[in-house]
Design a protein around this ligand. Structure first.
Ligand code: KG4
Ligand code: ZN
Length: 343
């Protein structure tokens, strides 16, 4: 089976072709970093227009690199939400046009399900597993029982962890994209210099909170001399923030692991997915946690953590194999919680 995947829900225009034997035949990702950089974050209108300008070329590139024609495909999978609706619409309309013209099955993929299933593309992981989903817009812990079967254990009560990375980066004068650039700064710094809070640490539930940590970063910056931060202050504060965020994620996972073991028994896997899963310190912290908790740990390769279309093609393939296709009047959705897929 061959599936074309399309992703346009945020600031990456992406297309990929994947075969059912897990071979990524092409995986083209066009990032809009330069277009959003002057504004310090993603501007939805600019993102939508840029997707429109590039989507046809990116799809053509993915098809020619894979060496396949539309008639050889078995389905078209596209992110149909959640995300910035202007961008989502561009991808959905392109996918529908191809599906209609070539009479192919259409699969409306939930972007979060793309992140949730990516680890099954890179490794052999069976259901059920515990999922930590950490991206720019989402921060949640879920039990994954199967395709479309998600039970929410906990989520953030304010900012997503990726958002906290991005906003802290901005306060430290680290350029967009904040998360990956903050990780580079943090590698040069002393994580013990600034004693930052660990919100929700030890609480007997699986929810998160990051706004207090973000405020503490701001207060720490304000206590330093006026003007741009010096190199050491920036690196030390970045490292202190990254360690605090990782400690919080690990502590919340620890709570979730206890609950997950009660629900599904021992010898299971903690999977991490989403853009923040590409952070090496967070991956190492979660690896250590799993060792102490008797859980296996899985994370997709770094280039498949941030938004891409291979993960959408994979989620599409998983759905197609179960006969889960969608009609061409399926709507694009700005919000679409994972746990609602069960209904
Ligand atoms: O999954 P993703 O690419 O897009 C969304 O679905 O939101 O995640 C993007 C988020 C951004 O907040 C970005 O700063 C963060 O993931 N991120 C990172 C790293 N790479 C991306 N955060 C920390 N460390 C990284 N290396
Ligand atoms: Zn994403």
């Amino acid at each position: 089976m061959l599936v074309l995947g399309i992703e346009t829900s945020c600031d990456e225009t992406a297309a990929a072709v994947l075969s059912s034997d897990k071979c990524i035949l092409s995986n083209i990702v066009l990032s809009q970093i330069e277009e959003h950089q002057p504004y310090g974050g993603v501007v939805p209108e600019i993102a939508a227009r840029s997707h429109l300008d590039h989507i046809d070329r990116i799809i053509k590139e993915a098809m020619s690199e894979a060496g396949v024609t539309f008639s050889q495909l078995d389905g078209i999978a596209v992110t149909s939400g959640p995300g910035l609706i202007g961008g989502v619409l561009v991808g959905v309309m392109s996918a529908k046009a191809i599906a209609m013209a070539h009479n192919l099955p259409f699969i409306a993929v939930n972007h979060l399900e793309g992140h949730a299933l990516t680890a099954r593309l890179s490794e052999k992981i069976s259901f059920p597993y515990l999922l930590l989903l950490v991206s720019g817009g989402h921060c949640q812990l879920l039990a994954v029982e199967g395709i479309g079967k998600y039970s929410l254990y906990g989520k953030t009560r304010d900012d997503a962890v990726g958002e906290a990375f991005d906003k802290s980066a901005k306060m430290l004068g680290i350029p967009y994209p904040g998360g990956p650039n903050l990780e580079i700064e943090a590698a040069k710094g002393n994580p013990d210099r600034f004693p930052l809070p660990r919100p929700m640490f030890g609480k007997p539930h699986c929810d998160f909170s990051f706004s207090g940590l973000k405020t503490a970063v701001r207060v720490s910056v304000e206590k330093l001399p006026d003007g741009p931060l010096n190199v050491a202050d920036r690196a030390d504060l970045a490292a202190s923030f990254q360690h605090a965020a990782a400690d919080v994620l690990a502590d919340r996972c620890k709570q979730a692991i206890t609950r997950f073991k009660q629900d599904y028994g021992e010898n299971r896997t903690l999977v991490v997915g989403g853009g923040v899963a590409s952070n090496k310190h967070i991956r190492a912290t979660l690896t250590n946690l799993c060792e102490t908790q008797g859980m296996k740990f899985a994370a997709p390769p770094i280039h498949l953590c941030t938004d891409n279309a291979a993960m959408i093609a994979w989620a599409g393939l998983e759905r197609l194999k179960l006969g889960l296709t969608d009609s061409l009047d399926t709507a694009a959705r700005p919000r679409w919680p994972l746990e609602s897929l069960k209904e």
